[in-house]
Design a protein around this ligand. Sequence first.
Ligand code: FES
Length: 474
Amino acid sequence: MKVTVSRFTPESGEWTETYDVAVLEGARILNVLDAIHDTVDATLAYRSCCRAGQCGSCAVRVNGEPVLACQKEAHDGDVIEPLNLPRIADLVTDIAPVMAQMAWLAAGNECSFVKRSEIETIKPLRECIECYSCISACPAVEASDYTGPTVMRQEQRLNLDPRDKQDRITEAINKGLFSCTTCRKCVEVCPKNIDTPKKAVEKLRELAVRRGLSLPAHRSLAKLIEETGRSVETKETSFLDQVPDVIEPEGTPTATVGFFVGCMFNLRVIQPALDAMEVLKHNGIRVIIPKTQVCCGSPLIRTGFTGFIPELQKRNIEAFQGIDTVLTICAGCGSTLKNDYETPFRVVDITEYLVENGFKKPETKVTGSFTYHDPCHLLRGQGIAEEPRTIIKSCVTDFRDMPARCCGAGGGVKSGQPEEAAKIGAKRAEMVKTTGAETIVTVCPFCEFHLQQVTGLPVKNITTLLLEAYKKED
Ligand code: FES
């Protein structure tokens, strides 16, 4: 097969080489690198040790994504590059600066033992093989002084260890605890599937909050939610005040769903929520809208203010009692209701629901060029990638896809660290520009707001786009 490898020496700088090598069917990237080294160019530098996915030393990027070279199957045309870390030679990166940030056990003078139950809690955080794929892929590392996911993982691991006597909360804050956007890219690339945002970052933030070490913007937001049940201040008539308790479609309904609106769509960007109601009507779906629903709690969970969460959970579960399926149109709300609640009802994103139930395809398409931004809380929080694309392709003539990347708005970063959010957003704006699309389509009001700011382009909610196509045909 033919592969392209990024080469580098401190003297010559960077260049690329394409190699044609013979390898057996099912060869891994590491086998291909071995073949290049053994048969074509013995100067190619790369690392490996265990060759079994256990030591982490062989991590590289293949077609842009961090992988373990010894585990990833090679394909003709693959592009092999080093991790996004300082480079020593070819695919060998300098991991010493990252290692220097990793905390080590600081035992006190008294002898303490770790209980079995404590070991079980620590275990998921101990499985890291220090390949540093997460650091390479983290958008926050690139845009700020954030030391990275595995560094936070280690802080929380030691924080949970009764033998460790250091103040790991302050240490984590100093290493950028509030810089994580909770985009979950680190989980996606982790060969051991360590859920660092949930098991380390959010837990450390929770402890920071308990010590009064939170960010002022996050404190104000938490106060607003506790006082009003909403994360956005009321400026105009809300969505919930504008709509009836039940919206009936024309003719006999094909299904009934409950509708969870979320704070942004209820109070700040109301039109997409109204458009979603029209889309459901066009599809013959009856919608129940309980007026007692409140904020899902996502901004609180991501920033560490979890004290009020049980109250919000209780109120929302009560509001939707007796309803089988609850529809969300906000990626963050959907992800929270699916992953941070135990609901007696099924929660589905509107794109998931429409595709699953064979939505009505528009007969006339909307003109203009469109691209799609995957909200992190839809893509990695709910595993939804194809459904929005299916809907967009059904209603536009010119769809220009682009790879997913965090826009920087999540995890309390836009409110708490706006400069970092802007930097991450600028990177996303470059990607949007490459597509040449005139309009961005997305499924998250936070992404919508942020992308509008950083790209200067119109950003459309997916239901607004679909309704536009339906209206064209009408
Ligand atoms: Fe050890 Fe790949 S060589 S993980």
